[in-house]
Design a protein around this ligand. Sequence first.
Ligand code: UD1
Ligand code: MG
Length: 467
Amino acid sequence: MSIHNDVTIAILAAGLGTRMKSRRAKVLHSAGGRTLMEHSVRTALSLAAPERVFAVVGHQAENVRQNVASYGIRFINQEEQKGTGHAILCGRNELASLGGMLLVFYGDCPLILPSTLESLIERHRSSSAAATMITTRLEEPTGYGRVVRNPAGALQSIVEQKAASPDQLKVREINAGIYCFRSELFWRYVDLLTANNPAGEYYLTDMISILIEHGHPVQAITLDDSAELLGINNRIELAAADRVLRARKVRQLLLDGVTIEKPETVTVDDQVLVGMDTVIGPFAQLRGNTVIGENCRIGACSIIEDSELADEVEIGPFTIVGTSKLERGVHAGPYARLRMGNHLAEDVHIGNFVELKKATLGAGTKAGHLAYLGDAIVGEGTNIGAGAITCNFDGVSKHQTKVGNHAFIGSNSTLVAPLEIASNSYVAAGSVITHNVPEQALALGRSRQVNKEGYAKKLARVKKSPA
Ligand code: UD1
Ligand code: MG
């Protein structure tokens, strides 16, 4: 793929997307872990420099801009959405002087491959056509613009679903909504667009017949494989696009040396990176900006989001990890929840039903079962017993718990923050610890056990059948 200096790209993304039945603009819906808008912008940027990529925005313009602000592209405002032709017209000031080719596609077609647009550009460049468009044949063309050809097979026009005659509705060749125009000719004739149609919109698709009627040849590339041309208009199509993008991502990971068990069940966002020889179990989900090292194991049904896992990390099944950093050799789960903001040093072991929130754990520290560590800093080689919890919230504010190196926190301890437990100390099981514990100390924070001799016999007298 290369960047073409003579190509200007316009992505149309101003529409509401009524058929989505949503309060959110259509292009802000996600498939494969990115918004439709982001998919379009990234595809455009594989072919043209950011200063020649324009997005036409209108509905929820500010949100759409923000969604792709980091890509450095330019924007055109379409205040009122009067159709795909009108959308381009709104950019006359920015676009008309740029010359070269004008490549237009819609922000609701997230599956188009850059290589397809590359061949569209090359095909257009090597011809004398005024425009080159992409078409395909569909079993079920309902909703798409139909491609009308004369008996000799030459392109004549595109008719929209609403305006098509019964005969035209039978046409299975459809307009994909991707066009390459010779910029100079496009702007020479664009004012001939009218809103003379059932929708009362300025249709970009009418440019095809306008150019042809004025003696300028238009050609079409007809793709055999229509899968990448899916236009998203409702949530059924959104789900279909999501499925395709997920399958593409999983396939790429497999090719890159990641083992995936039951790949069709796994959900991996586009931006996720996974190292070689890592094994991903069935139904795992890897989301957001997650980076996973080599030789890791991600257990079945685990969800990892916006997290960084070094090499050799093992995540047991049904474990949830959010915004956390796990160093080499960490073992977490099954059934653990590393909620957010955690940093686990090398070889930390987190077992079942342990919850961590903003916890920093030193190398080799273990919390094997049923614990809660929130707002905690724990040193190296410390053992957190089953059922131990930090009481980090007093009803008003959060407080921190600090535990040193090689400490032993007995089972079912209640650590009331703010609290410091120094290195090499012991907390006896079942203690409620409210005061700091010095180095080498044993802290006991529980009532002493009393054994009442013979008491069971006394009880038996009042019971019907003694145990
Ligand atoms: C359009 C094409 C149709 C094609 C189909 C392919 C037209 C008139 N029809 O129909 O031939 O088969 O795409 O998917 O072009 N938009 C604006 N401003 C507007 C109207 C739309 O920016 O005023 C944007 C929308 O945000 C959307 C894109 O243009 O991203 C396409 O609009 P949409 O309403 O989805 O057109 P279709 O009915 O799908
Ligand atoms: Mg559409």
